[in-house]
Ligand binder design. Structure first.
Ligand code: TXA
Ligand code: MG
Length: 353
C-alpha cells in the first residue's frame, strides 16, 4: 500500500522534474529549491532566457548571477580552461555539492554575458539538494539562478514565498518544501593566492580555514551606520532583504542590557503610536512586549536562526509592523552570515549598547 503511494509520488515528481527541465531548455524561468534558498533558474547560455530572470525579479542588471551545475564535469562548460587551481579543487572536494560559490574566470562563449554582468569572472556552485540536482541533470545545461524573490525582498525559504513574490511572472515552480540552510551560499574568490569571502553564507570562515590552512582568508568588511544618524524618511536608501518598516540592529556585550535598551526604545515607539516589532531568539522572547515579538531560532543552535531568519523578516510585513528592533547574534560560524543579512535588512543601522 504505502510502497504504492511512494512509487506514485516518485513518478509524479519525476514528471514534475521532466516538465521543469523542458521549460528550462525552452528558455523559460523555473523556480526550484536548493539547500540554501529557492533559486529562479534559466539556461545560463541563453541571453533571452537570462533576461527573463532579471525581468521577473526586477533585478538591476549590474548584479551578476550564480551558475548552478550538476557535477564537476559540467565545470568545463562554464569556466575558462586551466583556471581551476589546487586550492579551488580542495574547496570543491570539501564543499561540493554544498553552499559554496566559487568565482572563477569565465569561459568565453559558454555563458551569456548577462549572467556575469559583463565581468570576466563567473560564480559557480553545485547545490546540495536532491530536487535541484535532479533538475540540473535533466536540464543538461548550466542554470543561472539568483534567489527567487522580488529584488530587495528577503530570499525565499518556502515555495509559498516564491508565489508571494513571483506568481504570474515565472514559467514554473518546483515545490520541494522548506530549504535547509536558510541563508545563501558563501561566495569566495582566490586572488594572488589569498581567499576573499565576498559574501558570507552557508559555509563558515572556520570551515574554509580548516580546508585551506596555508591560505590567508579575508572576511568582508562590516559597514555600520548609527541608527541615530539615519532619520526615518520614506524612500530611504535602498536596502536588501528589507522589511517595509524601519528596522535596526542592537548589539551589546551583555544580554540584559540589550534587552532592557530594546524594551525601553520599543515602549517609547509604542507611545508615539508606532506599530512595533522585535526580532529576537527563543531564549529571550518571553522577556519582551511589542505588537509582534518574533523568536527566530535559538542562540544555542545558530543554524536554526539562519533557517528561520527570512521567513521572520517577511512576517513583519504581513503584520504591517513599521518599527522593528532586531537583536544581534555573535558573529562566529554561521552567525557571520546571519549578521550580514540582518545588517543589510536594517540598511546598516546599528545601535551599540
Ligand atoms: O545560495 C545561493 O547562492 C542562492 C541559491 C539560489 O543558489 N543564489 C543566490 O544568488 O544567492 P544571488 O543572485 O542572489 O547572488 C548572486 C551574488 C551576487 O550578488 C554577487 O555577490 C555574487 O553572487 N557573484 C556572482 N557572480 C559573481 C562574480 N563573477 N564575481 C563576484 N561576485 C559574484
Ligand atoms: Mg539574492
Amino acid at each position: 500500500e504505502s510502497e504504492h503511494a511512494d512509487a506514485a509520488e516518485r513518478e509524479s515528481s519525476d514528471h514534475v522534474i521532466a516538465e521543469a527541465a523542458a521549460l528550462l531548455r525552452d528558455g523559460e524561468t523555473v523556480a526550484f529549491p536548493t539547500e540554501t534558498v529557492y533559486g529562479l533558474g534559466a539556461d545560463a547560455s541563453s541571453t533571452a532566457a537570462v533576461e527573463r530572470i532579471f525581468k521577473a525579479k526586477g533585478r538591476p542588471s549590474d548584479n551578476p548571477l550564480i551558475v548552478h551545475i550538476a557535477d564537476s564535469e559540467q565545470l568545463a562548460d562554464v569556466v575558462a580552461p586551466g583556471s581551476v587551481e589546487a586550492a579551488h579543487r580542495k574547496l570543491m572536494e570539501a564543499f561540493w555539492p554544498g553552499p559554496l560559490t566559487i568565482v572563477l574566470p569565465v569561459r568565453t562563449g559558454g555563458i551569456s554575458p548577462l549572467v556575469t554582468a559583463g565581468l570576466t569572472t563567473v560564480g559557480v556552485r553545485i547545490p546540495d539538494h536532491p530536487v535541484a540536482l535532479r533538475l540540473l541533470r535533466a536540464a543538461r545545461c548550466p542554470v543561472a539562478a539568483p534567489s527567487a524573490n522580488r529584488s530587495g525582498r528577503p530570499s525565499p525559504t518556502l515555495a509559498a514565498h516564491v508565489r508571494e513574490d513571483l506568481d504570474g511572472r515565472i514559467g514554473g515552480l518546483v515545490d520541494g518544501g522548506a530549504t535547509g540552510v536558510g541563508v545563501e551560499s558563501t561566495v569566495v574568490q582566490i586572488v594572488a593566492g589569498e581567499l576573499f569571502v565576498l559574501r558570507p553564507g552557508g559555509v563558515t570562515t572556520e570551515q574554509l580555514r580548516a580546508v585551506l590552512p596555508d591560505v590567508r582568508v579575508h572576511e568582508p568588511e562590516r559597514e555600520d551606520v548609527h541608527a541615530s544618524e539615519t532619520p526615518r524618511a520614506p524612500g530611504m536608501k535602498y536596502a536588501h532583504y528589507a522589511p517595509q518598516g524601519y528596522m535596526f540592529v542592537v548589539q551589546g556585550d551583555h544580554d540584559d542590557e540589550v534587552i532592557a535598551w530594546i524594551q525601553q526604545d520599543i515602549d517609547a515607539a509604542q507611545e508615539r503610536g508606532e506599530s512595533t516589532g522585535i526580532l529576537t531568539f527563543a531564549e529571550h522572547a518571553s522577556r519582551y512586549r511589542a505588537d509582534l515579538v518574533l523568536s527566530c531560532g535559538s542562540l544555542s543552535r545558530p543554524e536554526t536562526i539562519a533557517q528561520e531568519l527570512y521567513a521572520a523578516l517577511r512576517r513583519f510585513d504581513e503584520e504591517g509592523i513599521r518599527y522593528i528592533a532586531a537583536e544581534a547574534c555573535p558573529e562566529t560560524g554561521i552567525g557571520l552570515a546571519i549578521m550580514n543579512r540582518l545588517r543589510k535588512a536594517a540598511a546598516h543601522r546599528l545601535v551599540r549598547v
